[in-house]
Design a protein around this ligand. Structure first.
Ligand code: HEC
Length: 175
């Protein structure tokens, strides 16, 4: 036996390495399962009172204070509007986007007097909280982009209601 021991030891070591040490086999709670450790037995815990999500304060500030209006902001607004809002509101904002043409509820035109008179903050608010059957886009459009889109909608409104005399550069170029 004494002679055999040096031979057996490496064999035993090799066998113990085969033991399944996966975390799947450890004691754990199932997602949304019962958790007897806590008084309410719920595995999913609520964040402690007063918890603030990372970035929440700066997002709140960005929502409150409009960014300065410049060409870059308008361009960003055009890009975001085209990507997110046009399926329903259409490229010119008449509420005739592609899904509307295929039976989706029609939004109002941005060119009606009521929406022409609405302040930019109103559009930011509709994006943030939704309106009627239109759901909120707060989780898809960052606060700064909401202001950018509002600025672009304003530009759309101007473009659809403008007279040639209001665009002197253009008046010169027209035949
Ligand atoms: C999936 C379709 C859809 C998309 C995408 C969509 N909307 Fe709308 N929107 C609607 C509909 C429908 C209404 C009308 C809701 C009602 O009156 O119940 C509406 C209404 C509005 C109004 C008018 C609110 C009023 O006072 O009448 C604004 C402003 C608006 N949307 C802005 C936006 C902007 C900005 C985006 C892009 C970030 C957007 N919407 C994306 C469908 C959409």
């Amino acid at each position: 036996m004494r002679r055999l021991l040096p031979l057996l030891l490496p064999l035993l070591a090799a066998l113990s390495a085969c033991e399944d040490q996966s975390m799947r086999r450890q004691a754990r709670y199932e997602v949304y399962g019962k958790a007897p450790l806590f008084p309410d037995q719920a595995e999913a815990r609520r964040p402690p009172e007063g918890t603030v999500e990372v970035g929440a304060l700066s997002r709140e500030a960005a929502l409150r204070d409009p960014p300065p209006l410049d060409a870059a902001l308008l361009e960003r607004g055009r890009q975001r509007y085209d990507a997110i809002c046009t399926p329903c509101h259409g490229y010119t904002g008449h509420g005739d986007g592609m899904v509307v043409q295929r039976g989706f509820p029609a939004p109002p035109s941005y060119h009606e007097d009521r929406l022409r008179a609405a302040p930019a903050a109103y559009f930011v608010d509709v994006i943030t909280r939704g309106y009627g059957v239109m759901y909120a886009y707060a989780d898809r459009v960052e606060p700064r982009d909401r202001w950018a889109i509002a600025a672009y909608i304003r530009a759309l409104q101007l473009s659809q209601g403008a007279r040639v005399a209001e665009a002197p550069d253009l008046a010169e170029k027209l035949p």
